[in-house]
Structures are given as C-alpha cells and as structure tokens.
Design a protein around this ligand. Structure first.
Ligand code: PLP
Length: 375
C-alpha cells in the first residue's frame, strides 16, 4: 500500500529516545521545556505550552477564553471532529459556519453570518495547513467581544504574509499526531503571546498545580492546587522526539512542496478535478495534498469521488476522503444549523492523496496513473 503519510524517523530519533530512557525522567520534565522553547520561534509566538494532543489544547484554550455552559462557539463544520467536540467539552454549543467555495477555510462573512448574542469564542481552522484571513477574523472577534482561537493543528510551517502562523496569536493550537508532518506519536501545543495565558495553561495541563514537576521533585517548595485542572501533560519521551522532528521541519517542508508541485503539474489538465490554490499571501506547508472530484452529470455530489477513492484503495493507493463535515456525522446530525452548501460540497468531493517525505517518483507516478485510469 502506498501510505497517505509516513513519519520521517531516523537514527537521531532513536538516540533521543534512548537518552531520555537513560536519564530515568520520562514524564513531563526538562525535554518538554526544551521542546517548548524551540517551538516558540518556529510558530512565531512568545510562549508555547506543550500538551497531550491538539484536542486537549483546544479544550484548554476554550477554558482560557472563559467559555462554558450557555455560551456559543462558532466553528467550521468542515474540519476534523475535534474542532466541534472541543465546544462540547466545555459545555458550550457549537454553531456551524460555512467555508469559502474556493478554499476550505471560514471567512469573515461566513462567521459573521452565524453570529449569535451568546457567541463567546470562534475556533477558526487553518484547514490542511491553509491559512484563513487572520487579521479579518481577529478584527471581527475583537469588535464583537469574542476570543479567536486558531486551530492550527495542521499548520506548523505554514506562513501567512511571510510570518509563522501563530504570530501575534492570542491562542493557537498545534497537533503532533502521526498524520501531521511533524510528530511526537500523540501530542499538541498551545501557542500564545499573552504571558498570563501561558502561566495558566501550565497550571491547567497538570491538575491546576502551581509548581512544575521538576520543581516539586526538588522538594524546596510545596505545590498548591490553585484551581481544578486536567492531566494533559506531554511526556519527555514525546518532547525528545519532537525536538529532533522540529530540526527536520525545513527539509520536510521543502520536500512536500516539491511533491505537491509535481502533483499539480501532472493533475492540472484532468477534467472535473480541482486543485488547491492557497492565496498569494500564504505559503502552504502542504500538510495534506487534496483535490476535489466533481460528479459526472446525473450523479450525486460525492458519487464520483467515492468511486475513485474505492478504486484507489483497491489498487493499493492509500488515498482518503479529504475533509469531513461534522454536521453530517451521526454525533452532530441533529444539531440545529444554517445551510452549509460549501462544506457539504467539500466533504463530498475532497480526496486526499498520498504524500510523504520518502515518497519516490515511481510511487507518485503510480498514484497519478491509477487516478487517471479511474477518472
Ligand atoms: C483541524 C484539526 N483539529 C484538531 C485535531 C485534533 O488533533 P489531535 O489528534 O492532536 O487531538 C486535528 C487532527 O487531525 C485536526 O486536523
């Protein structure tokens, strides 16, 4: 099977893990602190707090935004389900916004359209690593007294107006799940430019404790539990992996962009296939290479995509459906919402193709050949 994505691991990762094992300190400790310090400039934020997953990070971000029961959180339906579930985790109501017709991200207009008097936060997603209009959405949220939380789970390495994606962000959340271009096995991080947010995030990720684990171990100070919290810690094993992976980021980005450009070249002439064109102001990390497959005449919206997807999988090509729409999943299908025509079109027609660092020319040609046959 040609995989959809494959982590890039070398002897450096093994050595880093062995070093942590030998140190005897495997839970959250000095490696996590080191990883956070290295990540901050890479994402353009003053502070980074590592957590156990992006889902945990979104949960904490909503808590920091003061969101709870009785509040509304605007989210794109077109996203991995965790974006919607995060609102549910704090007892708030998700309100679905549509995305743009030409890019799978929310716009100022689509968010403004579903604004309610109880909207306290907006989670906007840099979907597939493609940036949304950060300034526009920040201005909208600021003028209406809501907090903008950036779901940057897919966006490490993407640039917006030549700047790393969390530049000036209040709260931006990253994922290091193995489907992402940089992985720690499981893992996530919250980036912020507010030192008070950073301090509270550090508390909330470990039960509301006022001391870091290593300070506590030294015994010099006694910890207190300032408020109730969670166990959302990253381990030093994960962070050691993350540090090596972060060093590989420039090479990973370069390779992904090369492979994407080749796909663009080889697929650009296919009738009924639309490619992804991020805006001029953005540099995309190509977290996921996605195309949209339009139906043939007389077919339902997603029929041709589903047929092509099944055929690719049968031929050993690990393609996947592109982006899901939460409002079409059983968990949220009865949830009240506006019409979401573009989200439904993207969910029905998007198709993610294999793209991984070690992918060679023969594998990429095989994907293209199979795709051409099936179309
Ligand atoms: C947009 C988006 N948000 C959140 C998540 C959740 O990330 P994690 O698996 O680290 O919790 C993902 C993961 O795929 C995602 O794509």
């Amino acid at each position: 099977m040609i995989p959809i994505i494959q982590p890039l691991f070398g002897p450096e990762e093994s050595a880093a893990l062995i070093e942590v094992l030998r140190s005897g300190w495997v839970a959250q400790g000095p490696k996590v602190a080191e990883f956070e310090q290295a990540l901050a400039p890479a994402v353009g934020a003053d502070h980074v707090v590592a957590v156990s997953s992006a889902t945990a990070g979104l949960h904490l971000a909503l808590q920091l935004a003061g969101v709870g029961q009785g509040d509304d959180v605007i989210v794109p339906s077109l996203s991995f389900i965790a974006t919607t579930n995060a609102a549910w985790m704090v007892g708030a109501r998700p309100v679905f916004a549509d995305v743009a017709p030409d890019l799978p991200v929310v716009s100022v207009a689509s968010v403004a359209q579903v604004w309610t008097p109880r909207t306290r936060a907006v989670i906007a997603v840099h979907q597939l690593g493609i940036p949304f209009d950060r300034q526009g959405l920040r201005d909208l949220c600021q003028s209406r007294g809501a907090v903008l939380i950036e779901d940057a789970a897919c966006a490490i390495g993407s640039l917006h107006w030549n700047k790393p994606i969390a530049t000036d962000a209040e709260l931006a959340v990253f994922s290091f799940h193995p489907r992402k271009i940089l992985t720690t096995g499981e893992g996530g991080a919250v980036a912020t430019n507010n030192p008070l947010h950073a301090e509270r995030l550090r508390r909330l990720r470990q039960h509301g404790m006022t001391l870091a684990a290593d300070q506590r171990q030294s015994g010099a100070q006694r910890e207190q539990y300032a408020e109730p919290g969670w166990n959302y810690r990253m381990t030093d094993l994960q962070a050691a992996l993350g540090l090596v992976q972060l060093g590989r980021l420039p090479a990973i980005l370069e390779r992904r962009r090369q492979l994407a450009a080749r796909y663009d070249e080889m697929l650009g002439d296919l009738p009924g296939v639309a490619l992804m064109w991020p805006r001029e102001c953005d540099s995309w990390n190509v977290q996921t290479y996605c195309i949209c497959v339009a139906p043939s005449s007389g077919e339902g919206w997603g029929d041709r995509r589903d047929r092509v997807l099944a055929g690719l999988n049968k031929a050993g090509v690990g393609a996947r459906r592109g982006i899901l729409a939460a409002h079409l999943e059983p968990a949220w299908i009865d949830h009240p919402r506006v019409e979401l025509p573009y989200s439904e079109a993207w969910a029905a027609q998007s198709l993610a193709l294999p793209l991984y660092h070690a992918m060679g020319e023969p594998e990429q040609l095989e994907v293209v050949m199979r795709l051409r046959e099936l179309l």
